[in-house]
Each structure stands twice: as structure tokens, then as C-alpha cells.
Design a protein around this ligand. Sequence first.
Ligand code: GLU
Length: 543
Amino acid sequence: MDHNALAELLFPDVSKTTDYYENLYPKRDLPEGAKVTRFAPSPTGFVHFGGLYPVLVSERLAHQSGGVFYLRIEDTDSKREVEGAEYDLIKVFENFGINFDESIVREGKYGPYRQSKRREIYRTYAKELVKQGKAYPCFCTEEDMRQLREKQEELKLTPGYYGEFVKCRDLTLEQVKNKLNAGLPYVLRFRSDGNPDNKIKFTDLVKGTIEVTENHIDHVLLKSDGMPTYHLAHAVDDHLMRTTHVIRGEEWLSSLPYHIQLFSALGFKLPKYLHISQLMKKEGEVKKKLSKRDKGAGMSYYISEGYPAESVIEYVMTLLNSNFEDWRRANPTEDTNSFPFSVKKMSPSGSLFDLVKLGDVSKNVVSRMTADDVYNKLSKWAEEFDKEFYDVITRNPDYTKAILQIGRGGSKPRKDLETWKDAKDYMGFFFPEYFEFIDKTEGFNKQDITACLNDFADCYDIDDEQDVWFSKVKEIGEKHGFCPNIKEYKANPDSWKGNVGDVSSFIRVAVTGKLNSPDLCAVMKILGKDESMERINKFKETL
Ligand code: GLU
């Protein structure tokens, strides 16, 4: 067979050579040790939370080493495409503070960054493989392939185009010509020289050294529409875009023997690989893959629920690196990006997805923010997702910031907010729009409550600090039969009507409408004496 003639016959449209592209996309000019990584999603309109894992690892490895992290849109499968989804995806990641150095909206020198625009490049390399006798056209029809599958199933053999099942490997040039003239569609296949009895060793950066079986299947390189399959595109793109580390989902691990073969056939240096395990969730005692329908499976969930981007990133970091939490304890105020992320600290098995843990992480993250920071982030979220609340909290920014300042800054900051959505419930009572008497002071009689509230109103001084405020409450309580000391009360509950905590809760429910609120003395300073007294009076009427 004259391979050159076959290559010309199949690729009359391809005039460039592979050398042309090798020169066009030279090795990147980066410092020693700099890593080049990428995120290569197929934009289907759904950004899976699991995508954040490879993305964060890629981003950290690149940027920590002074390298490049780029986005490549894998849109060669037109059936799965959703229009505009790639722009949404970029926005979603931007929202989490993840920016791509090169992408479809920020072209670098290694573009196009969209596979559908790289058709000519793939075809140039495919042509070269044909020239070297490493690829051939296959005219098998869908019916042929169906029969092949059935036969292999019946014989319990590995599925695929190989060995005795191969029909088109050795077509003559004449035969190919005739089929082309007859207008028959074809795919281009890789001519595998692998032996399924051979094992090859391969080292994944997280999973370690694994033994895989050589690939002996003549996989498809180009589909009948002339576009590449994932495999060819992966080899050509990651080579020409000079990726040093391929970080991707472990579902690709099984294709690795083929990829190793393909890189070698194309004369490319194999990049380093890191396969990330699937994100699992626990249902009872069983572990399951986090599916698209699960709560929290889509990245947009975290945005609309109002999880601060920092919380989500912090949470994923705790899952990615076993020593992250220790580092955080030692460096409570450092930016996550200063954490020395290490592949060695990654676990080879899958992470468990846990919204409760995310909630805990988030409460800590928010508790460390300044009131200004919380104000800015909260109002940005509310502007998009709760306009009414936005209008309320931005009416008087200083007032809202004073509220957000309560319990912030000390060594034991309050941890009330998990998401921005929680804010309304937490601080709504400060605003007339949301204030209402929700909780009740059950188990106490009206006269006692009223007597305590009246005395409190009489001696309340807005300038009192917490300790003075509280000693007044104690005193009032004791006068009306409420024990000032909890321990003492517990030892002898029958001799009292209640304790100082109960007296506080009368004031609390009157002023905030709820049994739970941040420090009441601080709350009342912000509300102002008039407003607090008015609420106390109104509350007495509800009794
Ligand atoms: N487009 C592939 C996917 O979405 C990319 C895998 C890779 O990172 O190489 O799974």
C-alpha cells in the first residue's frame, strides 16, 4: 500500500504539515519547573460541582509554579452542545475566583481554544498518521458494527475493532478509491500494534504506579464528519498547547493505554497525568456517585444559595489536601492561595461530598471576614437573588455594617452565617420590614414578664456596656424571683420562678422577636433606645 497516496486521497483539504504547527506553537517560554495545566470541559450547560476538583488542582499546580492554566472548550460532539454554555461556565468559575490565563475570551498564542475551530490541525496530524501507515479508513456501517458487537457479546470477548473482527485494515488503494467514489462514509482508525497479553507500567501522580494492559483495539481517530474523537484531540491539543500535566476525571484512566500509544505514534512526549476520583456521596452506608440530580451537584446551586466563593474553595481544599485544615488552624487569616498545595497530600480514593461539612467550613470562613467584606458580598448576592432584602440592607450601609460587626473580630467570633441566604433570618429583625414577634416566652406568667420588662425599661441606659447591662438584668430578675445564678438555680429550681436567662429571654423576645439573637446589649445599641423601648411596649401588649 502506498501510504502517501492514501493520505492524499483522504485529505486533499490538508495542505499544511505537522512541522508547520510544531513551529507555530513552540515550547512555552516559562521558568524551570513551571507547569502548564488546563480545564477541558464539554459545555453541556451543566457545570458539575465535581469539576471544581480537577479545576482547583490544575489552577493551583499551574499558578503555584509560575505556569499557565488555560481553558479549552471540547465541543466536537455537536449533539451534546448547548449554545452559549461555555460563557456561562467561564462566569461560574470566575464567581469562585478561578480565572483562566488563556481561553476563548482571552486568546493566548496557543489557540484556537475551541476544538471545533481546530479541525484543520487534527486533520493534519491524522494525515501524517496515515502517511506513516498508522491509520486507515474504515467503511464499516452501523449494521456491521452492530453485528460485531453481538458476536463479541455472544463469545464474551472484549468489545472493539480488533483481530479477526477487523474488516477494513487491509483495503487496497483501489478499494478505498472505489468506496470514496461511491460516496460511502468512513471513519479513520488507529492501526494498533498493541498486544493484550503485554502489560505496561504507568505512573499516575496520585494513584501511583499502575500496571495497564496494552491497547490492541483500532479505535476511531476521526469520526465520519471528519472531526476527531476525544482521544486524538487530547493528544494533539495537549501536545501543541504544551500541557505538562493532564488533570482529569478517573473515567479516562481506562483509555490511558491507548493514549500512551497514540502519543508515541504521533511522536509526542507524554505529559504527566493525574486522575481525579469521582465525587461520591453517602446514602446510609452505601457510597454513590454524585449525580446531576443530587442537591448541590451543580455549581450554580452554590451561587444562588449564597455560599461565599471562599467557603466553597476552602471546603474543596480540605478535601483535596489532607493537611489543609492544620494549615488553616495555624494560619487563620491567610489567603487560601498561600497554602502550599501538594499532589503528595492528595488521596487516591474518592472524596465524599458532604454539604454539612461545607456548612461548617463556611461558617468559619464567614466568621473570619470583616464586617465590610461581609456587607459587600452579602449585598452583591442579594442584589441578584433577593432584591427586596438588598434594598433594605443597603438603605443605610453603616447601620447594616454595625449589625454585621456584632461578635466579629475577637478570638471567638460568632458563627451565624453559612450562606448569604441565612442573613435575613439572622438579622432581619433589625429592619421594620422583617421585624415580628415570632417566638413566645412560654411557661411564665404575664405579670412577672411585665414587671421585669418595666423595671428593665426604667433602668436601661444605652451607654451601659455588656457587664453593667447584665448585672442590671440579674438584679431585676432577683427582685422578681428569678435566680441570678444558673448553677444555684439548677441546684434548687423549685425555690425560684426561673433564672436570669429567662429574664434575658423576655427582653430578647421583646426586642428581637426571637429566642435566639446575637448579643442583646449590642443589638440594643444599634437599634437605639427609642426603637428598643417601643418594641418592649408592643410586646407587653401581645402577652
Ligand atoms: N472533555 C473531556 C471531559 O469533559 C475532558 C477530559 C480531559 O480533561 O481531558 O471529560
